[in-house]
Design a protein around this ligand. Structure first.
Ligand SMILES: Nc1ncnc2c1ncn2[C@@H]1O[C@H](COP(=O)(O)OP(=O)(O)OP(=O)(O)O)[C@@H](O)[C@H]1O
Length: 222
Protein backbone atom coordinates (compact mmCIF):
# COMPACT_ATOMS: atom_id res chain seq x y z
CA UNK A 1 0.00 0.00 0.00
CA UNK A 2 1.40 3.37 -0.95
CA UNK A 3 -0.67 5.46 1.40
CA UNK A 4 -2.84 4.56 4.37
CA UNK A 5 -4.87 6.90 6.52
CA UNK A 6 -6.42 5.28 9.58
CA UNK A 7 -9.32 6.79 11.50
CA UNK A 8 -8.47 10.40 10.77
CA UNK A 9 -10.39 12.96 12.81
CA UNK A 10 -9.82 16.68 12.56
CA UNK A 11 -11.54 19.67 14.11
CA UNK A 12 -11.07 23.39 13.74
CA UNK A 13 -11.38 25.57 16.85
CA UNK A 14 -12.82 28.81 15.57
CA UNK A 15 -13.51 29.65 18.47
CA UNK A 16 -15.91 26.75 19.09
CA UNK A 17 -14.76 23.28 18.11
CA UNK A 18 -16.15 22.17 14.75
CA UNK A 19 -15.45 18.60 13.64
CA UNK A 20 -14.40 18.60 9.97
CA UNK A 21 -13.10 15.08 9.27
CA UNK A 22 -14.89 12.21 10.95
CA UNK A 23 -13.18 8.84 11.14
CA UNK A 24 -11.77 8.88 7.62
CA UNK A 25 -9.84 5.74 6.62
CA UNK A 26 -8.50 5.23 3.13
CA UNK A 27 -5.92 3.05 1.43
CA UNK A 28 -4.26 3.97 -1.84
CA UNK A 29 -2.26 1.31 -3.65
CA UNK A 30 0.78 2.05 -5.80
CA UNK A 31 0.07 3.10 -9.36
CA UNK A 32 -3.53 4.13 -8.80
CA UNK A 33 -5.06 7.31 -10.20
CA UNK A 34 -7.52 8.42 -7.54
CA UNK A 35 -9.79 11.42 -7.27
CA UNK A 36 -11.46 12.84 -4.17
CA UNK A 37 -14.81 14.47 -4.86
CA UNK A 38 -17.60 16.00 -2.83
CA UNK A 39 -19.52 19.21 -2.27
CA UNK A 40 -17.76 22.43 -1.36
CA UNK A 41 -16.84 22.43 2.32
CA UNK A 42 -17.07 18.64 2.81
CA UNK A 43 -13.40 18.44 3.83
CA UNK A 44 -11.52 17.40 0.65
CA UNK A 45 -8.68 19.91 0.95
CA UNK A 46 -8.44 19.41 4.70
CA UNK A 47 -7.98 15.67 4.09
CA UNK A 48 -5.44 16.19 1.31
CA UNK A 49 -3.32 18.46 3.50
CA UNK A 50 -3.19 15.75 6.14
CA UNK A 51 -2.40 13.01 3.58
CA UNK A 52 0.37 15.17 2.14
CA UNK A 53 1.92 15.61 5.65
CA UNK A 54 1.51 19.38 5.48
CA UNK A 55 -1.03 19.38 8.32
CA UNK A 56 -0.02 17.40 11.40
CA UNK A 57 -2.82 18.58 13.69
CA UNK A 58 -5.18 15.58 13.51
CA UNK A 59 -6.10 12.36 15.30
CA UNK A 60 -5.45 9.01 13.64
CA UNK A 61 -2.51 7.63 11.71
CA UNK A 62 -0.87 8.32 8.39
CA UNK A 63 1.41 5.82 6.68
CA UNK A 64 3.25 6.39 3.41
CA UNK A 65 5.32 3.70 1.73
CA UNK A 66 5.29 1.53 4.85
CA UNK A 67 6.45 4.30 7.22
CA UNK A 68 4.28 5.72 9.97
CA UNK A 69 4.47 9.48 9.58
CA UNK A 70 2.20 10.50 12.42
CA UNK A 71 4.33 11.94 15.21
CA UNK A 72 7.43 12.57 13.06
CA UNK A 73 9.22 15.91 13.39
CA UNK A 74 8.68 18.70 10.86
CA UNK A 75 12.21 18.14 9.50
CA UNK A 76 11.49 14.44 8.94
CA UNK A 77 8.19 15.24 7.23
CA UNK A 78 9.82 17.88 5.02
CA UNK A 79 12.28 15.28 3.82
CA UNK A 80 9.44 12.82 3.07
CA UNK A 81 7.62 15.54 1.13
CA UNK A 82 10.69 16.46 -0.91
CA UNK A 83 11.51 12.88 -1.80
CA UNK A 84 8.20 11.15 -2.10
CA UNK A 85 5.43 13.63 -2.91
CA UNK A 86 4.96 15.95 -5.86
CA UNK A 87 2.43 18.77 -5.49
CA UNK A 88 0.24 20.55 -7.99
CA UNK A 89 -1.97 23.30 -6.62
CA UNK A 90 -4.76 25.41 -8.09
CA UNK A 91 -2.26 28.26 -8.42
CA UNK A 92 1.03 27.32 -9.99
CA UNK A 93 3.37 29.10 -7.52
CA UNK A 94 6.12 29.34 -10.14
CA UNK A 95 8.87 31.89 -9.51
CA UNK A 96 8.34 34.48 -12.21
CA UNK A 97 11.90 35.78 -12.23
CA UNK A 98 13.27 32.29 -13.01
CA UNK A 99 13.16 30.39 -16.29
CA UNK A 100 10.84 27.46 -16.86
CA UNK A 101 13.84 25.11 -16.67
CA UNK A 102 15.06 26.60 -13.39
CA UNK A 103 11.58 26.37 -11.88
CA UNK A 104 11.36 22.68 -12.76
CA UNK A 105 14.85 21.97 -11.42
CA UNK A 106 14.39 23.79 -8.08
CA UNK A 107 12.95 20.94 -5.95
CA UNK A 108 15.72 18.67 -7.29
CA UNK A 109 18.43 21.17 -6.41
CA UNK A 110 16.90 21.43 -2.95
CA UNK A 111 16.94 17.65 -2.52
CA UNK A 112 20.55 17.55 -3.76
CA UNK A 113 20.60 13.87 -4.69
CA UNK A 114 21.73 14.19 -8.29
CA UNK A 115 24.09 16.52 -10.11
CA UNK A 116 22.74 19.76 -11.64
CA UNK A 117 23.66 18.43 -15.12
CA UNK A 118 21.67 15.25 -14.63
CA UNK A 119 18.85 17.25 -13.11
CA UNK A 120 18.74 19.55 -16.12
CA UNK A 121 18.59 16.55 -18.42
CA UNK A 122 15.74 15.11 -16.36
CA UNK A 123 13.88 18.46 -16.28
CA UNK A 124 14.05 18.76 -20.07
CA UNK A 125 12.74 15.19 -20.41
CA UNK A 126 9.73 16.03 -18.24
CA UNK A 127 9.12 19.27 -20.12
CA UNK A 128 9.26 17.31 -23.37
CA UNK A 129 6.71 14.82 -22.04
CA UNK A 130 4.40 17.75 -21.29
CA UNK A 131 5.02 19.53 -24.60
CA UNK A 132 6.87 22.40 -22.93
CA UNK A 133 10.51 21.76 -23.85
CA UNK A 134 10.50 24.51 -26.48
CA UNK A 135 9.68 27.03 -23.70
CA UNK A 136 12.40 25.86 -21.30
CA UNK A 137 14.34 29.13 -21.42
CA UNK A 138 11.34 31.45 -21.19
CA UNK A 139 10.60 33.23 -17.93
CA UNK A 140 7.63 31.75 -16.06
CA UNK A 141 5.69 35.02 -16.41
CA UNK A 142 5.88 34.75 -20.22
CA UNK A 143 3.61 31.68 -20.19
CA UNK A 144 -0.16 31.26 -20.42
CA UNK A 145 -2.11 29.88 -17.45
CA UNK A 146 -2.31 26.40 -18.98
CA UNK A 147 1.40 26.40 -19.80
CA UNK A 148 2.25 27.45 -16.26
CA UNK A 149 0.27 24.55 -14.89
CA UNK A 150 2.09 22.14 -17.22
CA UNK A 151 5.39 23.48 -15.89
CA UNK A 152 4.08 23.02 -12.34
CA UNK A 153 3.41 19.36 -13.20
CA UNK A 154 6.94 18.95 -14.59
CA UNK A 155 8.26 20.47 -11.36
CA UNK A 156 6.15 18.03 -9.33
CA UNK A 157 7.73 15.14 -11.28
CA UNK A 158 11.36 16.21 -10.92
CA UNK A 159 12.23 14.09 -7.86
CA UNK A 160 10.47 10.99 -9.22
CA UNK A 161 7.81 11.15 -6.50
CA UNK A 162 5.95 8.07 -5.34
CA UNK A 163 2.75 10.05 -5.69
CA UNK A 164 1.55 13.34 -7.12
CA UNK A 165 -1.09 15.13 -5.09
CA UNK A 166 -3.19 17.90 -6.55
CA UNK A 167 -5.69 20.26 -4.95
CA UNK A 168 -8.04 21.46 -7.69
CA UNK A 169 -5.15 21.61 -10.18
CA UNK A 170 -7.46 22.78 -12.95
CA UNK A 171 -9.51 25.11 -10.75
CA UNK A 172 -7.95 28.19 -12.30
CA UNK A 173 -8.02 27.04 -15.95
CA UNK A 174 -10.48 27.42 -18.82
CA UNK A 175 -12.16 24.41 -20.42
CA UNK A 176 -9.53 23.83 -23.09
CA UNK A 177 -6.59 23.96 -20.68
CA UNK A 178 -8.48 21.85 -18.17
CA UNK A 179 -8.70 19.16 -20.88
CA UNK A 180 -4.97 19.45 -21.58
CA UNK A 181 -4.08 19.03 -17.92
CA UNK A 182 -6.50 16.09 -17.48
CA UNK A 183 -4.96 14.43 -20.52
CA UNK A 184 -1.51 14.85 -18.99
CA UNK A 185 -2.56 13.25 -15.71
CA UNK A 186 -4.16 10.36 -17.63
CA UNK A 187 -0.98 9.95 -19.68
CA UNK A 188 1.19 9.95 -16.54
CA UNK A 189 -1.07 7.30 -15.07
CA UNK A 190 -1.37 5.08 -18.13
CA UNK A 191 2.09 5.34 -19.67
CA UNK A 192 4.27 5.92 -16.64
CA UNK A 193 2.14 4.23 -13.94
CA UNK A 194 2.44 7.39 -11.85
CA UNK A 195 0.33 7.30 -8.67
CA UNK A 196 -1.92 10.35 -8.50
CA UNK A 197 -4.33 11.68 -5.89
CA UNK A 198 -6.34 14.64 -7.08
CA UNK A 199 -9.02 16.68 -5.30
CA UNK A 200 -11.54 17.97 -7.81
CA UNK A 201 -15.10 19.20 -7.98
CA UNK A 202 -15.21 18.39 -11.71
CA UNK A 203 -17.25 15.19 -12.23
CA UNK A 204 -16.00 14.83 -15.83
CA UNK A 205 -12.46 14.66 -14.55
CA UNK A 206 -13.29 12.28 -11.71
CA UNK A 207 -14.96 9.92 -14.19
CA UNK A 208 -11.64 9.55 -15.97
CA UNK A 209 -9.75 8.44 -12.85
CA UNK A 210 -9.44 4.81 -11.80
CA UNK A 211 -11.08 5.32 -8.44
CA UNK A 212 -13.35 8.00 -7.00
CA UNK A 213 -13.41 8.65 -3.26
CA UNK A 214 -16.61 10.50 -2.50
CA UNK A 215 -16.86 12.62 0.62
CA UNK A 216 -19.85 14.12 2.37
CA UNK A 217 -19.81 16.19 5.53
CA UNK A 218 -16.34 15.06 6.60
CA UNK A 219 -16.82 11.36 5.89
CA UNK A 220 -15.91 9.06 3.04
CA UNK A 221 -19.24 7.77 1.81
CA UNK A 222 -18.16 5.77 -1.24
N1 LIG B 1 -8.43 27.18 9.01
C1 LIG B 1 -9.72 26.91 9.17
N2 LIG B 1 -10.39 27.30 10.28
C2 LIG B 1 -11.69 27.00 10.46
N3 LIG B 1 -12.43 26.28 9.58
C3 LIG B 1 -11.82 25.86 8.46
C4 LIG B 1 -10.45 26.16 8.19
N4 LIG B 1 -10.12 25.58 6.98
C5 LIG B 1 -11.25 24.99 6.54
N5 LIG B 1 -12.26 25.15 7.41
C6 LIG B 1 -13.63 24.62 7.26
O1 LIG B 1 -13.52 23.23 7.08
C7 LIG B 1 -14.51 22.75 6.18
C8 LIG B 1 -13.85 21.93 5.09
O2 LIG B 1 -13.02 22.78 4.31
P1 LIG B 1 -12.23 22.21 3.03
O3 LIG B 1 -11.45 23.35 2.48
O4 LIG B 1 -11.50 21.00 3.43
O5 LIG B 1 -13.43 21.82 2.08
P2 LIG B 1 -13.42 21.37 0.56
O6 LIG B 1 -14.26 20.16 0.46
O7 LIG B 1 -12.00 21.28 0.08
O8 LIG B 1 -14.16 22.60 -0.11
P3 LIG B 1 -13.96 23.32 -1.56
O9 LIG B 1 -14.42 22.32 -2.59
O10 LIG B 1 -14.87 24.50 -1.48
O11 LIG B 1 -12.51 23.69 -1.67
C9 LIG B 1 -15.25 23.99 5.67
O12 LIG B 1 -16.45 24.12 6.37
C10 LIG B 1 -14.32 25.13 6.01
O13 LIG B 1 -15.02 26.31 6.26
Amino acid sequence: MLLEAKHINKSFHDPVTVPILKDVSIEIPKGQFTSIVGKSGCGKSTLLYILSTMDTDYEGELWIDGTRLTGKTEAELASVRNEKIGFVFQFHYLLNEFSVLQNVMLPGLKLGKISPQELEHRAIEHLRKLGMDSKALKKANQLSGGEKQRVAIARALINDPLIIMGDEPTGNLDKKNTEVVFDIFCQLSEEYKQSLLIVTHDPNFAERTQRIIEMEDGRVIQ
